[in-house]
Design a protein around this ligand. Structure first.
Ligand SMILES: [Zn+2]
Length: 227
C-alpha cells in the first residue's frame, strides 16, 4: 500500500513537472475543431480527401511536440480508421479505440491526459453502424473471456431501446454513443470540470459503414434517450 502511494506521488510529480509543463491551454476551440472534422469527413465521403499533414515535414514537426485538436473515442473496428474518415494526418487526432468504444480506467486517464496536458477542447464519441460489440450486447447473454466487460457496459443502452420502433441494432448503436457521451460529461475530476466550465465540448456521432458519413447526434436526442 505504501509503495503504491509512493508510485502515485511519483507519477503525479512526474506528470506535473514534465508533461503539464508543455500544456497548451489555448488549444483549438471546440467549435473550430468540430468544423475541421465535419469538413474532413465531407471531403472523404465525396472522394476528395486531401490527406493533409502526412508529409515528411509534418512528421518532423510533430516529432518535437504533439498538439492534437480533438480526441476521438471510437470503436476498434478495422473499417473505421479515424484519420482516414475525417481526412486528417499526423498529430491531428488523439485517439482511443476499444470495441464498442467502451471506456474504463485506462481510457479515462488517456482522455484526461489529452484535455489536461494537450489542451484538447473537443471529444467525439464515435460509434458506427453494424457494430459487432453492440450487436453482442443486444443478442448474447454469454460471451467468452473479457468480452463481457464490453457487453456489460453496452447493455444498459441496448435495454433502453429494446422496445423502440426501428432496427434494434441501429437504435442501440446510437443510444450507446449517447450514454457514453453523458458518462464522459460527468467524469470527475478533470473532464466534468472542463465541460461544466464550457471549455470542453463532448459530442456523439455515428459513422455509416456504407456511405462513410459521420452523423452527429443532436443534443435533443442525447438528452431524451439518456433521461
Ligand atoms: Zn464497433
Amino acid at each position: 500500500m505504501k509503495a503504491y502511494k509512493y508510485l502515485i506521488s511519483f507519477l503525479i510529480l512526474t506528470i506535473s513537472s514534465q508533461t503539464f509543463a508543455q500544456s497548451n491551454p489555448a488549444g483549438v476551440p471546440a467549435k473550430e475543431a468540430l468544423q475541421r472534422l465535419i469538413d474532413g469527413n465531407l471531403r472523404f465521403v465525396q472522394g476528395k480527401s486531401q490527406r493533409p499533414n502526412q508529409s515528411i515535414d509534418r512528421l518532423k514537426e510533430v516529432s518535437k511536440k504533439q498538439n492534437p485538436f480533438a480526441t476521438i473515442v471510437g470503436c476498434s473496428d478495422s473499417r473505421v480508421p479515424n484519420e482516414i474518415v475525417f481526412d486528417q494526418g499526423l498529430g491531428d487526432l488523439f485517439i482511443l479505440r476499444t470495441a464498442g468504444q467502451v471506456s474504463t480506467y485506462a481510457s479515462w486517464g488517456s482522455i484526461e491526459f489529452s484535455v489536461a496536458a494537450l489542451g484538447v477542447n473537443l471529444i467525439v464519441v464515435l460509434g458506427h453502424s453494424s457494430c459487432g460489440a453492440v450487436n453482442a450486447a443486444c443478442k448474447a447473454d454469454d460471451v467468452p473471456g473479457h468480452i463481457i466487460t464490453l457487453t456489460n457496459a453496452i447493455k444498459p443502452a441496448a435495454e433502453k431501446v429494446k422496445h423502440m420502433d426501428g432496427d434494434f441494432l441501429d437504435n442501440a448503436v446510437k443510444a450507446n454513443v449517447a450514454f457514453q457521451v453523458m458518462s464522459l460529461r460527468k467524469l470527475d475530476p478533470i473532464i466534468s470540470k472542463q465541460y461544466n466550465k464550457g471549455q470542453l465540448q463532448i459530442v456523439g456521432a455515428v459513422y455509416d459503414l456504407e456511405t462513410g458519413k459521420v452523423n452527429f447526434l443532436s443534443e435533443e436526442y442525447i438528452a431524451s434517450i439518456t433521461k
